[in-house]
Design a protein around this ligand. Structure first.
Ligand code: IMP
Length: 428
C-alpha cells in the first residue's frame, strides 16, 4: 500500500496537526520525518486540547502506530515530558504505539544553549528561532559529531558524550559572556530519559518498509513548512531541516516509489513567525483581525513560543511554489471560517520585482524584500460557515475563493477546515 506525505505549504502553522489527525483515520502508521520540538501541533478533541511538539498527532487515534523518524532531532527530556502529559490525558504510550528511530539525532543542553548564543551573535540579523536547539543539533549531525538516539543504549558512553558536548559549548558561551552550563545538573535528566526511552528504540526504516510491504497505509507527517525548508525556503530565515516532501524519503528511509499522494496543508491566509521576507504581510488593523486577540487557542500566537504571528493575505505565489516543490497532488485549506465577515479578500497571484512580473518567488531575499504582490480582489462572505460540512453548505463567495486558489496553484482543493473541532471539515 502506498504512502501519503502531509507537508506544510507555507511557513509552518498551517494546521497540519488537525489535518494529520484526520488523515490518521485512514492510516495504520503515522511517521514524523523531520524537525523536533520546534513544532507545535494542536488537536482539539471534545473539550480537550492536545499540544504536541514531538509525537505525531496520530497518537490520538487508538489504532495508529506512531514513528519518530531518523530525520528528526529529538530532545529526549521533552519527549518523556510529552509522553507523561499525554498519558495523564488518558493516551496510552507503549512501544506498541510509538517507535523512536535509533538513527534520530538528539538535542542536548549544549544545543539549546548554542541556539541562544548564535541568535545573540547575529544581533539584528537574528532568525527568530524557537530556541529549542534545532539548528545546532542539525549542525552536529552534518558535522558528524552528533549524538544519536541509539547511543542512549550505553549510558556511560552517552553521559560522556553529553559532558563532552557541554564542555565544548561552555567554551563558546564563555567567549560570548553568556552563562555557562552546569554539566552534572544538565546531564542528569538526560540519563533518566534515556532509561525511559530504551524500549521505544527501533530501526524504524526497516519497520516502515516491512509495514508498507505488508500493505499498511503510512502517513508521513511533515513539520514546519515548505518556506522554512533549508534548501527551498528564504535562506537563512529557515529551519535547519527539509520539511518538504523530499525530506520524507530521507527522513524515514523509504523510496520515492512508495509515495502516491502529497497533501499540502495551507492556511486560508498567510502567517509567519520569526524574521524573513513576507510579501503579503499586513501590519495594519486587517492583520490584527486575522491574528485574533489571543483569547482563543486557535488565534495566531505560536504554540511553541507564544509569539504573535505575522499575518497577511493569502500568498498564492508562495503556494504555487510549494505545490511545485512538493509535487502536491491536492491542497487542504484550513481556517476558512476566520475569513467570514471580510467585505473583500485579496489573493496574491504574482509578484512585481524591478518591473518584472513573476509567477514564482525570486531566489534572493533582497529581491523578495522588493517584491510587490499583484493582488486579485474577491468578494468576501458574511455568513458563519463553522457548521458547513459539504461544499453546498458554503456561500458562493467562499466556494469561488477556494476555486480560485486551486486554479492559481494548479492543484485541486478537496478539503477545507471551518473550525478547530475534528468534524469541522468540509469535503468538496
Ligand atoms: P528553528 O527551527 O527553531 O531553528 O527556527 C527557525 C525558523 O523556523 C524561525 O523563523 C522559526 O520561527 C521557524 N519555525 C520553526 N518551527 C516552526 C513551526 O513549527 N511553525 C512555524 N515556524 C517555525
Amino acid at each position: 500500500m502506498p504512502a501519503t506525505v502531509l507537508v506544510g505549504a507555507q511557513w509552518g502553522d498551517e494546521g497540519k496537526g488537525r489535518i494529520a489527525d484526520w488523515l490518521a483515520t485512514e492510516s495504520d502508521v503515522v511517521a514524523r520525518y523531520g524537525g523536533g520540538d520546534n513544532a507545535g501541533h494542536t488537536v482539539y478533541v471534545g473539550q480537550q486540547v492536545f499540544k504536541l511538539h514531538t509525537i505525531p498527532s496520530g497518537i490520538l487515534r487508538g489504532q495508529v502506530m506512531c514513528v519518530l523518524g531518523n530525520g528528526m532531532v529529538v530532545n529526549p527530556v521533552n519527549l518523556v515530558k510529552e509522553m507523561d502529559q499525554l498519558q495523564a490525558l488518558g493516551v496510552t504510550i507503549t512501544p506498541e504505539r510509538l517507535l523512536f528511530s535509533t538513527r534520530a539525532h538528539l538535542i542536548t543542553p549544549a544545543h539549546i544553549a548554542l541556539d541562544a548564543a548564535s541568535e545573540k551573535a547575529r544581533g539584528a540579523q537574528a532568525i527568530g528561532t524557537t530556541l529549542r536547539g534545532i539548528g545546532p543539533a542539525y549542525l552536529d549531525k552534518t558535522g558528524r559529531k552528533g549524538i544519536r538516539a541509539g547511543d542512549m543504549a550505553n549510558i556511560e558512553e552517552f553521559a560522556d558524550a553529553l559532558h563532552q558536548s557541554i564542555r565544548e559549548a561552555n567554551e563558546v558561551l564563555a567567549r560570548q559572556d553568556m552563562a555557562t552550563l552546569d554539566a552534572d545538573a544538565a546531564v542528569a535528566p538526560y540519563i533518566e530519559a534515556a532509561a525511559r526511552l530504551q524500549p521505544f528504540l527501533a530501526d524504524t526504516a526497516v519497520y516502515l518498509n516491512q509495514r508498507l510491504q505488508e500493505g499498511a497505509r503510512v502517513l508521513c507527517e511533515g513539520a514546519q513548512g515548505t518556506l522554512l525548508d533549508v534548501d527551498h525556503g528564504s535562506y537563512p530565515f529557515v529551519t535547519s531541516s527539509s520539511p518538504t516532501a523530499g525530506g520524507a524519503l530521507t527522513g524515514l528511509g523509504i523510496g520515492p516509489g512508495r509515495i502516491d499522494r502529497v497533501v499540502g496543508a495551507a492556511k486560508s491566509f498567510s502567517t509567519r513567525v520569526g524574521a524573513g521576507p513576507m510579501p503579503t504581510e499586513l501590519t495594519d488593523a486587517l492583520g490584527d483581525r486575522l491574528r485574533g486577540t489571543g483569547e482563543h487557542f486557535w488565534d495566531e500566537y505560536g504554540t511553541t513560543t507564544g509569539r504573535p504571528r505575522r499575518c497577511g493575505w493569502l500568498d498564492a505565489v508562495m503556494l504555487r511554489y510549494a505545490v511545485l516543490i512538493n509535487g502536491c497532488t491536492e491542497l487542504v485549506l484550513t481556517k476558512l471560517d476566520i475569513l467570514s465577515g471580510f467585505e473583500e479578500l485579496k489573493l496574491a497571484v504574482a509578484y512585481r520585482v524591478d518591473g518584472k512580473l513573476l509567477d514564482y518567488p525570486p531566489t534572493t531575499n533582497a529581491e523578495l524584500e522588493r517584491a510587490e504582490p499583484v493582488y486579485e480582489t474577491l468578494s468576501g462572505w458574511q455568513e458563519d460557515i463553522s457548521g458547513a460540512r459539504r461544499g453546498g453548505d458554503l456561500p458562493a463567495a467562499a466556494r469561488r475563493y477556494i476555486q480560485r486558489i486551486a486554479e492559481v496553484c494548479g492543484t485541486p482543493v478537496h478539503t477545507v477546515s471551518v473550525g478547530p473541532e475534528r468534524d469541522q471539515l468540509v469535503q468538496l
